[in-house]
Design a protein around this ligand. Structure first.
Ligand code: AMP
Ligand code: MG
Length: 417
């Protein structure tokens, strides 16, 4: 007769002597192990958004390129209005406008009409606001004091020639493109986009356009991950659904190693009879990380297949998405030539109660309502609607915590990962 064991009722319980890898250790391992997988490319600014710089960018010229007016008003030599009291100046004919410099000199005792962005004419270092003057055809009167240089922008006050603007590995954003354009940079040397393969595994999985049979479920992961990868600027290769069998998976892994820079698989990463991804990585590839102390997550495999980094994500869509955000995305950033970065998030008051166990990181599906973090009604990792309800995750580190409403918790928007 066999005897029943004690209930453990916690999928994080492992046999004695087997440990879960702590989350911070996983980050250290990723940071150490991963190297750039892509070549470099020179692209125009039109194609540069979201790309990682392959070289630092040094400003070849200054911005603004010349001193100019910050407002619409009248320009003159500022020492004349440095003290309190009325100032009377003769108004010159002509004007300085953006793109239309005033050619002459503005002598002592004179002022000239000047518009925003116009080069400061010779003799002008200060501008008085048009609303602050009284004038007739030939004269201008206003009250001092006005600091010398008031309402002007100095040459090079934003960017100095020779300044390092961006380091290698920086990811270019739309405002960065404005910075580059402002000093006449029209092309940048960037890393090629990472090609990410996405593969779903499981005998039960079906494409969403098919009629479902008993025991089957629709593949919820693939479109989510393909789209997520596109949204972070990667190219994607769709490897479809693979059955839980070793030869099929082996040939797909081979195909992926020839056609992409990194592969995300879902399902089959655990230690069950049908968990062939982790088994294959262990027996024929190199399994580097497995069993991370994170919820949701359960075992997740990270390894190499013929040099191809493979993220064996959990099959469960909630766990697959959370592990993609938390572990795969910072890793992909390194593979794509980016700098190492973990999503920071920010502290907000909780709008929920939670008693958290020690020993593992936890991520709750959350969104902000009136500045407080609400979490999805169920922590059940099968509840895909919670992912879609949420706009980010609340992160807890290993420590045990008893959260009450208004306690500070760390909220990380999906878009920050
Ligand atoms: P596995 O990691 O293969 O043990 O799968 C864990 C759970 O996630 C099982 O209930 C699977 O049926 C489910 N699952 C695996 N892959 C997918 C998928 N692509 N879409 C929806 N559910 C999945
Ligand atoms: Mg499976």
């Amino acid at each position: 007769m066999i005897e029943p064991p004690d209930l453990c009722d916690d999928c994080f319980t492992l046999p004695p002597g087997v440990d879960w890898v702590p989350v911070p250790e996983v980050f250290e391992l990723l940071q150490k192990a991963l190297v750039i997988r892509v070549k470099t490319d020179t692209v125009t600014l039109a194609k540069a958004n979201g790309r990682f710089l392959a070289k630092p960018i040094v400003a070849k010229r200054a911005s603004p390129p010349f001193a100019n007016s910050a407002i619409d008003g009248y320009g003159f030599a500022g020492h004349q209005s440095a003290d309190a009291g009325p100032v009377y100046l003769r108004l010159l004919e002509g004007r300085a406008a953006a793109g239309h410099p005033f050619d002459g000199l503005v002598p002592e005792g004179s002022a000239v009409r000047i518009l925003t962005g116009a080069l400061l004419p010779n003799g002008v270092d200060t501008v008085v606001l048009q609303e602050d003057v009284n004038k007739d055809e030939q004269n201008l009167a206003f009250h001092g004091p006005l600091k010398i240089g008031k309402n002007t922008r100095l040459a090079g006050e934003d960017i100095k020639a020779g300044q390092v603007l961006f380091e290698k590995g920086h990811r270019l954003s739309p405002p960065d493109l404005a910075v580059l354009a402002s000093i006449g940079i029209s092309e940048v040397n960037v890393f090629a986009s990472l090609r990410v393969g996405v593969l779903s595994t499981g005998d039960e999985l079906l494409e969403p356009n098919r009629d479902i049979q008993k025991g089957e479920i629709y593949d919820a992961n693939r479109q989510m991950l393909l789209s997520q990868m596109e949204s972070i600027g990667c190219l994607t290769v769709d490897f479809g659904i693979a059955e839980d069998n070793v030869p099929a998976l082996r040939s797909l892994l081979n195909e992926a190693s020839a056609n992409c820079d990194v592969l995300l698989t879902t399902g089959g990463a655990s230690a069950g009879d049908e968990d062939h991804i982790s088994a294959l990585l262990r027996s024929e590839g190199a399994l580097n990380i497995w069993r991370i102390a994170v919820k949701p997550g359960r075992p997740m495999a990270m390894g190499l297949w013929k040099g191809l980094p493979v993220f064996g994500l959990p099959g469960n869509p909630v766990a697959a998405f959370v592990c993609t955000l938390v572990f795969a995305q910072p890793a992909l950033r390194l593979l794509a030539g980016g700098d190492w970065r973990r999503a920071e998030g920010y502290l907000v008051p909780a709008a929920f109660f939670k008693s958290k166990k020690p020993g593992r990181y936890e991520y709750l599906r959350a969104r902000l309502v009136d500045g407080r973090a609400e979490v999805f009604a169920s922590e059940g990792s099968g509840r895909i609607t919670g992912l879609s309800w949420a706009e980010g995750l609340v992160e807890f580190d290993e420590k045990a915590r008893n959260i009450e409403p208004n306690d500070p918790v760390r909220f990380i928007p999906y878009s920050s990962f």
